[in-house]
Design a protein around this ligand. Structure first.
Ligand code: IYR
Length: 222
């Protein structure tokens, strides 16, 4: 067992209460502009930007700091084409057979269907995998804790970083997503978590007319 080692907390910054309130309000004003976008432009995005957004994601807290995630950035048009083909095949079955009416009913306001042109149009797709267990150099397995939650938190930071950079994203979950392991050569301990589509919006991009719950609707203070 490894003994704990501690260092002084040097990165923390305290703000005066007024400044704190201003920052909290300012961040909310910024993040509430984020919209999930499905109309992507094919304008290229420098990989350096994506790399820094991913560095931000990699700072996420995780169960026992095991950082149980892996991100595959797909820019190659041929790989994007294959992903689109496989995703649309799954979605065709989803919309025409697998999805119960109740699910189709809640999806209706979003106007989604089996056509996923953004998987080829957008400059980058980020396939996010959650490592349900780790594999040590000798091939033995290592238990991971809260892998799904940890990957979800990292993904939230990634989405925030992408928005902060002035880009848009789409959280896409073709179901099932097993084809991603095969197409991207990822091992059996990695479960596809989400396909994040990243880029600029199309010039005349539209978004569904939907609303968010108010604070009172989703928070209780005791
Ligand atoms: N995976 C399908 C269906 C879908 C499901 C949910 I939950 C959404 O929020 C949106 C879509 C698709 O991508 O079309």
């Amino acid at each position: 067992m490894k003994a704990p080692r501690f260092l002084p907390l040097k990165t923390y910054r305290e703000y005066p209460i007024e400044k704190m309130a201003e920052r909290a309000a300012g961040f909310y004003a910024e993040i509430k502009r984020r919209r999930t976008v499905r109309d992507f432009s094919d304008r290229p995005v420098p990989l350096e930007v994506i790399e820094n957004c991913l560095r931000a994601a990699g700072t996420a807290p995780s169960g026992a700091n095991l950082q149980p995630w892996h991100f595959v950035v797909v820019t190659d048009p041929e790989v994007k084409r294959r992903i689109r083909e496989a995703a649309e095949e799954e979605e065709r079955q989803f919309y025409s057979e697998r999805a119960p009416q109740e699910w189709l009913d809640v999806l209706a306001p979003l106007g989604t269907d089996e056509h996923k042109p953004f998987l080829e149009a957008a400059p980058h797709l980020i396939a996010i995998f959650s490592q349900s267990y780790g594999v040590l150099p000798d091939g033995s397995h290592m238990k991971h804790y809260y892998a799904t939650e940890s990957t979800g938190i990292a993904t939230g930071i990634l989405i925030t970083a992408i928005h902060h950079a002035g880009l848009v994203s789409l959280t896409h979950t073709p179901s099932p997503m097993g084809f991603l392991n095969e197409l991207l050569g990822r091992p059996a301990n990695e479960r596809p978590f989400l396909l994040l589509v990243v880029g600029y919006p199309e010039d005349n991009a539209v978004v569904p007319d939907i609303s968010r719950k108010t604070l009172e609707e989703f928070v209780t203070f005791k």
